[in-house]
Write a protein that binds this ligand. Structure first.
Ligand code: ADP
Ligand code: MG
Length: 391
């Protein structure tokens, strides 16, 4: 049964009536532009065809009642309990409820009407795999409150308010890409976002290719510390390069040629980190032309270069990710493969000829398992629309 039917049935069983509305909001995957968001660069994500679905109705009650089907739990909160992050009975909100409550909080701060609702929601975006299940929950609730509140905000504005909810209410320090892709996704298109100006456009992804996501199932613990070290290295590179290039504000402002001239003046590790960023920003910029021309081959090459750079220069890969990528790159029908997300485990993203995607997924799973002893999760997906009201 599709999740839309399942969520409708579960809502009816729980609340005794048919939901007034259904909304969906997808997860996302980034195809190019990794570790450049905090350097004012360009990212190239797509919304995927896995999503959070929410069945909801308005209510006269002064509080919201939410059922998280995937956790088999319920939470009740109101504008009065929002500041203390508690439920009506004053017990702390369960972790999953911080996301919808955070959306309510950021909308209240925005001073738009946030009426009470009854809702049940469920998702087929895997949680904690780097496909942004959290942003998909936030954006699904954004659509629900937009529907009941009778206001309309631009999709980028909804994304920014979702990011604010996650940063300031849930307490997770994420960039804008996740909520942006979930809010603004377009079927069969990649989204090119300028992380400095927040201007964005779409570029086509041919119908003949599938996006295949492969989860190594490995999660490294040191991620936050290593992530912060990479950010500091980039800031240090900017500080040092400013001696010769006083007008730069971030690595985004450094052209590859200028960088090549100045690189020998940088300490070895700083040089490697900054080189990845400067070249990756160029790659994500360069990607537009082949995509516009339907040239998946050349776009795939940029993905492969990105992986090598994340592995050798930015040093955020790990043996399992490298194994997954090497096997993928050797298989028929694969245009490009690389680690996606922060690194140190998590998923790879692969661009694969659609008619070969099933065989590719089987061979990749088999090869990875025989080399690592780990059984991967593989998702064949495609670029889909962003958050929307279904009915
Ligand atoms: P991800 O990379 O998937 O976004 P996060 O750690 O950022 O991982 O977010 C995962 C959290 O988001 C979950 O622990 C849960 O609190 C919330 N969440 C995600 N999906 C669901 C869901 N289907 N139902 C309820 N809460 C969810
Ligand atoms: Mg998340």
């Amino acid at each position: 049964m599709h999740l839309i039917d399942r969520i409708t049935t579960l809502y009816r069983e729980e609340f005794g009536h048919t939901p007034a509305h259904i909304a969906r909001a997808p997860g996302r995957v980034n195809l190019l532009g990794e570790h450049v968001d905090y350097n004012d660069g360009f990212v190239l994500p797509a919304a995927i065809d896995r999503a959070t679905y929410i069945a909801f109705s308005p209510t006269n009650a002064s509080h919201c009642t939410l059922r998280a089907v995937d956790f088999n739990q319920q939470a009740r909160f109101s504008p009065l309990t929002i500041p203390s992050k508690t439920q009506l009975d004053l017990s702390p909100l369960p972790e999953w409820a911080l996301y919808p409550a955070g959306v309510m909080w950021s909308l209240m701060e925005e001073r738009v009407p946030v009426p009470s609702m009854i809702a049940a929601f469920a998702s087929d975006v895997p949680r904690g795999s780097g496909l942004s299940s959290s942003a998909s929950v936030e954006m699904a609730f954004m659509i629900a409150w937009q529907t009941l509140g009778g206001w309309i905000l631009a999709s980028m504005k909804r994304a920014l308010l979702g990011q604010k909810a996650e940063n300031k209410y849930v307490g997770v320090n994420c960039g804008i890409m996740d909520q942006f892709a979930s809010a603004c996704g377009v079927e069969n298109r990649l989204l090119l976002l300028d992380c400095r100006s927040l201007e964005w456009k779409t570029v086509p992804l041919p119908d003949s290719v599938s996006i295949v996501i492969a989860d190594t199932t490995v999660r490294r613990k040191l991620t936050t510390g290593e992530y912060n070290k990479r950010r500091s290295a980039c800031e240090e590179a900017v500080r040092l390069l400013q001696q010769d290039l006083p007008n730069i504000r971030s690595l985004r402002d450094v052209a590859v040629d200028d960088f090549n001239c100045l690189a020998k003046g940088l300490p070895g590790e700083i040089e490697k980190r900054a080189r990845h960023v400067v070249e990756e920003i160029r790659r994500s910029h360069q990607a537009q032309a082949p995509l516009e021309a339907g040239d998946v081959q050349n776009f795939g090459k940029l993905m492969n270069e990105c992986h090598a750079s994340l592995r050798d220069l930015y040093e955020v890969s790990c043996p399992e990710l490298n194994t997954m990528v090497s096997i993928a790159q050797s298989l028929d029908g694969c245009y490009g493969a690389r680690l996606t997300g922060a690194g140190f485990g998590g998923c790879t993203v692969n661009l694969v000829a659609k008619e070969q995607a099933d065989g590719f997924a089987r061979a990749l799973a088999k090869g990875y398992e025989s080399e690592t002893g780990l059984r991967p999760e593989i998702y064949i997906t495609r670029a889909s629309n962003g958050a929307e009201l279904i009915r």
